[in-house]
Design a protein around this ligand. Structure first.
Ligand code: PMP
Length: 373
């Protein structure tokens, strides 16, 4: 099969623009006339330093990241951040409120799908504080078991003064996403967030792994931390992008002296920031391709263009899914108002029909139709 005959629908790692791959191929052999391929350069060379700065600037520009936030590049993926968030933000909480007992340190998790559920489980495993489930999408589904909607705002129960509040913008496996229409019942309820009565703001943390750079992020200035693995929308796997408000860059070693769990050095946001994302060898190739992708997006009209394109794409695909549901061929999975623009989930009525559907799709060049088991 030729590349041009395929429509690759894989959720991530996923397809990348052809022009970018062509440019990256050339850079892999000879990066900007240096005579050295990008992955053969020293990560401490001036050329790579310039690339890191360009990637940082391109993300800052396209997303309108305010000067209050720093952009960091690291490894370990979304799953690595499930742990890093807990280490760094409990360390910050220890520095702010050293006298509290572990049971008085509460981490608020909004569970709307399998990734936020996993993040909450990791926090529980790491300990050092209690996990409060603000709301669990399953409890609001007809079966009581499915992640099929953003739970109604009136069901959300935040703690009084949590160390942080965590949610996932787009649940890749379940196909559940927060709306970005202000005042919608399925938008993230910024107006309900508990306000700090203590020494510092309560950080809002969001996993944007599978919706990063698919459309603008409303209220970006209100987040303490946004993170995303590159491999869904931005580049090859290996790179994790962090947008961190600067007051979250705390001395995790000092916090450990006050009783916080010691933070592994490569997880410490402050260590990363102080080293300009070069504490250890970064994922150079993924950073390179990600830069080319962001530059490509910017040249095509940036997030306004992507938002429009993605709006059209999701409408087309859900149109087909709804038609299949009407004809009794498909079963939809997610309530309309909570549907993801990035991951369209549905099942085919029975296993035999599903096999036929996937075979036909493959024949027509549609790959990656069969999603998560
Ligand atoms: N969060 C979300 C929303 C994801 O989609 C994924 C990956 N599918 C992860 C976290 C985990 O990311 P990684 O595989 O990079 O650890």
């Amino acid at each position: 099969m030729e590349r041009s005959q395929i429509i690759n629908l894989a959720a991530g790692p996923s397809s990348l623009p052809l022009e970018v791959l062509q440019e990256a191929t050339a850079g892999l052999l000879n990066y900007e006339g240096t005579g050295i391929g990008l992955t053969e350069l020293s990560h401490r060379s001036q050329e790579f330093q310039n690339l890191t700065n360009s990637l940082e600037k391109s993300i800052r520009d396209i997303l309108n990241v305010p000067a209050t936030h720093t952009i960091l590049f690291t490894q370990g993926g979304g799953c690595g951040q499930f742990s890093a968030v807990v280490f760094n933000l409990l360390a910050r909480h220890h520095l702010l409120y050293p006298e509290l007992k572990p049971e008085e340190r509460v981490m608020d998790y909004v569970v709307t799908g399998s990734w936020s559920k996993k993040a909450a489980e990791e926090a529980r495993k790491l300990g050092g504080g209690l996990v409060n489930i603000v709301t669990d999408g399953r409890e609001h589904s007809p079966s009581g078991k499915a992640f099929d909607r953003i739970p109604p705002h009136m069901s959300w129960e935040f703690s009084h003064a949590p160390a942080f509040i965590y949610y996932c913008d787009n649940e890749t496996v379940d196909g559940v996403q927060f709306s970005h229409t202000p005042n919608s019942q399925t938008a993230f309820p910024f107006h309900l967030l508990p306000q700090s009565t203590g020494l510092a703001p309560i950080p809002l943390v969001a996993d944007f792994s599978s919706s990063f750079l698919s459309r603008p992020i409303p209220n970006i200035e209100q987040y303490g931390l946004i993170y995303a693995g590159a491999q869904k929308n931005v580049g090859p796997s290996g790179l994790t992008i962090l947008i961190v408000r600067k007051d979250l860059l705390v001395d995790t070693d000092a916090a450990a002296k006050l009783g916080a769990a010691p933070t592994p050095t490569t997880y410490s946001y402050k260590v990363l920031a102080d080293a300009g994302s070069l504490y250890n060898t970064p994922p150079m190739f993924s950073m390179y391709v990600s830069y080319l992708v962001v530059k490509h997006f910017a040249s095509q009209g940036g997030l306004t263009m992507l938002e429009e394109r993605n709006r059209e794409k999701q409408a087309l695909v859900y149109g087909a899914v709804d038609e299949g549901v009407e004809k009794g061929l498909f079963v939809g999975k997610v309530e309309k108002e909570s549907r993801s623009w990035m991951n369209v989930t549905f099942t085919v009525v029975d296993a035999e029909a599903e096999k036929r559907f996937i075979a036909k799709a493959t024949e027509k060049g549609l790959r990656g139709v069969k999603g998560h088991r």
